[in-house]
Design a protein around this ligand. Structure first.
Ligand code: ADP
Ligand code: ZN
Ligand code: ZN
Length: 723
């Protein structure tokens, strides 16, 4: 009889599962995590398949690893993701497997409580500890020290004397148990109907996608919570995907108000021991609801029964390095493979999703009105051609007046400018030298708080020089154009007594600080918020009644065919921050081109007409979602070598017989960012009809193309977000 062989996939950029013999006595099942020899070392991998075969010359599996196995449907999903994105299967596996990290042991939590007579010698500090510990309840040492305002040493002293007793506590549960009946909300009639539709889909327990399209403030969250409740009631887990920054404590609290406990949050900030425990709890089914960033899509859920993709139009769902995947699209695939429904929620659905609805592939449930009789904000343009801004100013008179009125009533204003830093361009007035990144084809952005010039593509940072590096002139550097820091300066000058806050993703303090700031805004502790797109999305600031868009035209001028859609969605989202509380909101939009279709549609509220026109343009051009696209980016440290390789790739494509297979290969051309981190980039685009075999073509192309050598890299991006 042939010996059993395990085909083991290793979470590295390797496509093939390697075969290993299974030593007698070792029980191994498909999906198990195992330790195997690889070259001269050992590594972990997952048993992708077991078969009977000739194990004669094979190395053997070393042993099983105590980690959750990957169920068969998840393995099939990972195979699919690798196939679709043209990635090695091991790279897809790496997104699901969270073992092999060396994680330091958690310090055990020590609890203390009163246990014996007071100490012989009393001090004021000891008196405070005894008062705080009165009642005898068990608290942690740190909590007690904090409550009493003493150092840990004081507590230790009392333990030594037998007054307090120390007890090792069990680790805190990694996730609470959400109760679907904890606090059923009073839904509006519209919400009730919408929720019923979603609940039916979950109850049916079969694959299918529903778009929940509701205007900003319509209460989509309350509505899809009912679908989550239904999944819980059926004993299934639910995953709520969100663009990372939306994992605010406000959302987690809202969830807790409905279900009695916060969902388990999964994102890059969850690390170490907690990450490992949560991973285990998801795999065992102990964690019932996960709210996660896109990476949460690849976890080994025990009984997943629903995925909600909140803000499905968000570009943050696209992973732009490693495996280039779109979490929304892959969520739909996971639902299809595992046989459960997926809900896509948005106020501004992507054109892709709209077309899928039109073609009957997705169902649609609409919430066309704001919750509680609230109205959508009134949106008006400030035409900067007719009302030019004074030199060095960025806030028009009319907007300034509106801010004054708004804050005077105790309400909040948001000034939106999608540009980090102080000024997007620095140049020398004496010699016209423009400060550019040494590694990238990009201007350096002045960050005045940090007194630095920073590249937003590679992070390269240099001190802002006193004298021009090109001509040596002193005090000749001029900041051109505004970033949010510069707006903050103007606001401080015009409204010196208002409480102002600037929020952008590069501010010090990280996610924790950002969460606190967002909570402070929601609590009304700030009058004027100045922010980038970070504050534009998803947040609920009840006191905010005015939104000022400082430059609505940013983004419209880029060459990207999705620029109009993106800008429209962003402007709808940001203006939608106004008037979500009791008082109506309004938005003022500064623009040089109020007649541009994007701005006109925003002002008139005619989203449908905008999308129809946008769809027509893309259909004629054969662009997504009507045709399919892939981008190949060739990069290398030597410009000539990189370009030559890209040209050779193009020739291979033509040899394969492009015309016969419906593939149109464009380029190579310099990529939109021609130099990034010291690497030159050339791009080839492949365009084909929807039904064509894009993946088959790409595989053949890469296989037949000239060998990649030296510093050269080829990155493949199927469905690129910008093209
Ligand atoms: P959306 O996500 O559609 O923009 P939200 O879900 O954030 O809207 O809801 C907007 C506001 O209305 C929130 O403050 C939310 O708490 C409130 N809200 C929505 N539905 C209800 C409801 N049924 N009962 C009470 N408050 C609700
Ligand atoms: Zn100069
Ligand atoms: Zn750079």
């Amino acid at each position: 009889m042939a010996d059993p062989v395990a085909d083991v996939l290793i979470p590295l950029a390797i496509d093939t599962a390697y075969s290993y013999a299974i030593p007698t006595g070792l029980a191994v099942a498909e999906g198990d995590v195992v330790r195997v020899p690889l070259g001269t070392r050992e590594t972990v991998g997952v048993v992708w398949a077991l078969r009977q075969g000739g194990a004669a010359n094979l190395k053997s599996v070393v042993g099983r690893v105590d980690a959750p196995a990957l169920p068969a449907p998840l393995r099939r999903f990972l195979d699919w993701v690798a196939w679709y994105t043209i990635s090695p299967r091991g790279s897809a596996l790496a997104m699901s497997l969270k073992v092999a990290e060396e994680i330091p042991d958690e310090a055990p939590r020590v609890g203390v409580r009163l246990a014996g007579p007071p100490p012989a010698r009393m001090t004021p500090a000891r008196t405070r500890v005894l008062a705080a510990a009165a009642g005898g309840a068990l608290t942690t040492k740190r909590e007690l020290a904090e409550a009493a305002g003493v150092s840990a040493g004081v507590i230790d002293g009392l333990v030594d004397e037998g007054t307090l007793e120390a007890v090792t506590l069990a680790p805190e549960p990694v996730a609470g148990l959400p109760d679907p009946d904890f606090a059923r909300p009073a839904l509006s009639p519209q919400q009730t109907e919408a929720a019923a539709g979603l609940v039916r889909a979950v109850a049916a327990g079969v694959a299918g996608v529903t778009l929940l399209e509701g205007v900003t403030g319509s209460g989509k969250t309350e509505t899809y919570f009912e679908a989550v409740a239904q999944a819980l009631a059926q004993g299934r887990q639910a995953l709520i995907l969100m663009p990372e920054i939306a994992l605010t404590s406000a959302f987690l609290d809202r969830f807790a108000a409905r279900f009695g406990t916060r969902p388990a949050a999964w994102h890059s900030g969850v690390t170490g021991r907690r990450r490992e425990r949560l991973y285990g709890a998801i795999a065992s089914g102990e964690a019932r609801v996960v709210a996660g960033a896109r990476s949460a899509l690849f976890l080994p859920y025990a009984q997943l029964g629903l995925i909600v993709v909140d803000e499905e139009h968000e570009t943050a769902y696209k992973q732009e390095d490693g495996v280039h995947y779109h979490a929304r699209d892959m969520a739909v695939v996971r639902g299809r493979i595992e046989g459960f429904p997926v809900v896509l929620a948005s106020a501004t659905p992507s054109l892709e999703t709209r077309v899928n609805v039109e073609r009957g592939r997705y169902a649609r449930i609409a919430l066309p009105e704001r919750f509680g009789g609230r109205t959508l904000p009134q949106i008006a343009a400030i035409d900067l051609r007719r009302h030019p801004l004074p030199q060095g100013r960025w806030i028009a008179q009319r907007l300034e007046t509106a801010i004054l009125e708004t804050t005077g009533r105790g309400e909040q204003a948001l000034l939106f400018l999608n540009r980090r830093g102080y000024a997007p361009l620095t140049l020398c007035r004496a010699c016209a030298h423009r400060y550019e990144c040494v590694n990238c084809s990009a201007w350096l952005v002045e960050h005045r708080f940090r007194r630095a010039l920073v590249c937003h593509h590679c992070g390269h940072t240099e001190r802002k020089p006193e004298a021009c590096v090109a001509c040596g002139s002193l005090d000749s550097l001029a900041a051109c154009g505004p970033g949010v820091e510069r707006i903050a300066e103007e606001v401080a000058a015009v409204f010196p007594d208002k409480r102002t806050i600037v929020l952008s993703s590069d501010f010090p303090g990280g996610t924790e600080r950002l969460r606190r700031e967002l909570d402070a805004i929601a609590a009304g502790e700030v009058d004027i918020v100045i922010g980038t797109q970070l504050v534009a999305k998803g947040h609920n600031f009840p006191g905010m009644t005015l939104v000022g868009v400082l430059d609505a035209d940013i983004g419209l001028t880029s060459g990207d065919p999705r620029a109009a859609e993106r800008t429209f969605q962003l402007l709808q989202q940001v203006t939608g921050r106004a008037g979500r509380g009791d008082r109506p909101g309004r938005a003022l939009v500064q623009t040089y081109q109020p007649e541009h279709p994007v701005i006109a549609a925003l002002l008139s509220g005619e989203a449908e007409r905008f999308y129809e026109e946008e769809a027509r343009v893309r259909e004629i051009a054969g662009l997504p979602p009507f045709g399919r696209l892939a981008a190949l980016v060739v990069s290398g440290v030597d410009r000539a070598e990189t370009e030559a390789y890209a040209r050779a790739l193009a020739r291979t494509a033509h040899e394969i017989g492009v015309t016969a297979s419906d593939m149109i290969v464009l380029g190579p051309a310099e990529a939109p960012l021609a130099l990034v981190r010291g690497r030159f980039r050339y791009r080839l685009l492949v365009k084909c009809p929807r039904e064509a075999d894009l993946q088959g073509f790409l595989r053949q192309w890469i296989a037949m193309g000239p060998k990649v050598r030296g510093s050269l890299r080829v990155g493949i991006d199927v469905d690129p977000q910008s093209f």
